[in-house]
Design a protein around this ligand. Structure first.
Ligand code: PEP
Ligand code: MN
Length: 264
């Protein structure tokens, strides 16, 4: 069902009046790695609004490598996202990790994110296929493109065709980036599938000093959007402190992306 052979036309994912994919301009999904407080989310939301952006991200359920690391605020985090997003007329993108939370999460989120670590959590995929809101599916840490598309197939085959694919880097031997961004996955996914494809430039690189170049590379490769982590004060962030950019750098990145889009 996700194959372009079955459906030659691009799927356009609709979130209220917003559209992702097809001939629409690339979108940007931005926000902190984790929701930490209402003030933190509000500072980010203000900047998104100023920049004309719509999609606010933030993790409430955090799938952390260590059980001793900050696990997220849970439902309280979702409440904060919803409240602040409503204040600024933004859309919420947030990860859900437990199939049991999927139905109730639609009260808070506009797009359900399924994270890299859960790309093959088949019960979660099936549950996401049964809700009627868009799903942002991230590529697994060691998933082939084919496995990634089969994961999307799980969702679509259950009746939810509003799926956005997100390339977020894969595990390789390379240590100078957190993951290796598989840039060729972007045109391949676009060719093989009709679903929109976005690139997470933060988790794929794990470093802020190359985001400009990676953002442009993703757009040049045909991405329908970008995801980027930004935090009012990355140094004190409770997760991914090393890769999040501050709000000033975020504004500069958006300016750079705008310039790139105008030239192309
Ligand atoms: C995230 O986007 O919050 C996240 C945890 O990313 P990933 O699942 O790609 O590691
Ligand atoms: Mn993160």
């Amino acid at each position: 069902l996700v194959s372009r052979k079955r459906r030659p036309l691009d799927t356009v994912v609709r979130i209220g009046d917003e559209e992702i994919g097809g001939n629409n301009d690339p979108i940007v999904i931005a926000g902190p790695c984790s929701v930490e407080s209402e003030e933190q989310v509000r500072k980010v939301a203000q900047v998104l609004k100023q920049q004309g952006l719509i999609f606010l991200r933030g993790g409430a359920y955090k799938p952390r490598t260590s059980p001793y690391d900050f696990q997220g605020l849970g439902e309280q985090g979702l409440e904060i996202l919803r409240k602040v997003a409503d204040e600024f007329h933004l859309k919420v993108v947030s990860e859900i990790v437990n199939p049991a939370n999927l139905n109730s999460s639609v009260e808070y989120v506009d797009v359900i994110q399924i994270g890299a670590r859960n790309m093959q959590n088949f019960e979660l995929l099936k549950a996401a296929g049964s809700v009627q809101i868009p799903v942002l599916l991230k590529r697994g840490l060691s998933a082939t493109i084919e496995e990634f598309l089969f994961a999307a197939e799980y969702i679509v085959s259950r009746g939810n065709n509003q799926v956005i694919l997100c390339e977020r880097g894969i595990r390789t031997y390379e240590k100078w980036t957190r993951n290796t961004l598989d840039i060729s996955a972007v045109p391949i996914l676009k060719k093989e599938s009709h679903l929109p494809v976005i690139v997470d430039i933060s988790h794929s690189t794990g470093r802020r000093d190359i985001l400009d170049a990676i953002a442009k590379a993703a757009l040049a490769a045909g991405a329908d959007g970008l995801m980027v982590e930004t935090h009012p004060d990355p140094a004190v962030a409770l997760s991914d402190a090393n890769q999040q950019i501050n709000l000033t750098t975020f504004r500069e990145l958006m300016k750079e992306i705008d310039r790139y889009n105008r030239l192309n």
